[in-house]
Design a protein around this ligand. Sequence first.
Ligand SMILES: CN(C)C(=N)NCCC[C@H](N)C(=O)O
Length: 288
Amino acid sequence: MPVEEFVAGWISGALGLVLGHPFDTVKVRLQTQTTYQGIIDCMVKTYRRESLQGFFKGMSFPIASIAVVNSVLFGVYSNTLLVLTATSHHERRFQPPSYTQVFIAGCTGGFLQAYILAPFDLIKVRLQNQTESRAQRKSTPPRYRGPVHCAASIFQEEGPRGLFRGAWALTLRDTPTLGIYFVTYEWLCRQPTPDGQNPSSTTVLVAGGFAGITSWVAATPLDVIKSRMQMAGLKQREYQGLLDCMVSSARQEGLGVFFRGLTINSARAFPVNAVTFLSYEYLLHSWG
Ligand SMILES: CN(C)C(=N)NCCC[C@H](N)C(=O)O
């Protein structure tokens, strides 16, 4: 099993993550809290209360976990294509896989990464939602002192299954949308590239960016539900399940609730995924 894809997936994922984390914090807060008027209001309030640090809350754990999560996604994707088409990453430019094969490989990668991502994503979302200012932190310490304390508290208070809160919604979000992600990327790469040649860096940047936007637009409704289910059991209300969360969110806040965070998610998705794909392709080519 070729391992370069796993390593390239890790490095490229980490680069994208640092770039996108501030956007991600704003998105998570908009999706789970009702105190903000919109993106700008959320940014201003976060900056005033928590300074720049507020935007980077919950980032250390994803940085550590991206090694596993993104390498599983890209590694499983590439190795599934190897099984389906018997071609390596380098051979695929001369013998491109069909879009159905790309979709199946993307869905497989998405499905497997979702279960690994679930506990890390839960901890990230819980930490991102701690809005105490630095001054407040001295008098009243936040509920979670950091990622390890957060994981230990969830384990103690909500049991081992608590660490997988929202995992179902995450799997439903990631399985089809990662199929869409890779199909969009492949399709956009192939349009301006002559047969048998590698896409240019600009093509990879643009294709990666739009693959990110397209997949996140498709993912946003389940992303909202996932984030709400992850926060349930804390201060928000408890839901009976995914369907209950969908129905009660829509009843209380209207159908627009499923598109909360869409704009910021798309703005974040372009640079994050442009950088992720560019560094992924670059690393694989430089390793020959
Ligand atoms: C729609 N979904 C779930 C995705 N496209 N997932 C792939 C993640 C890529 C990058 N780390 C990001 O956070 O955008």
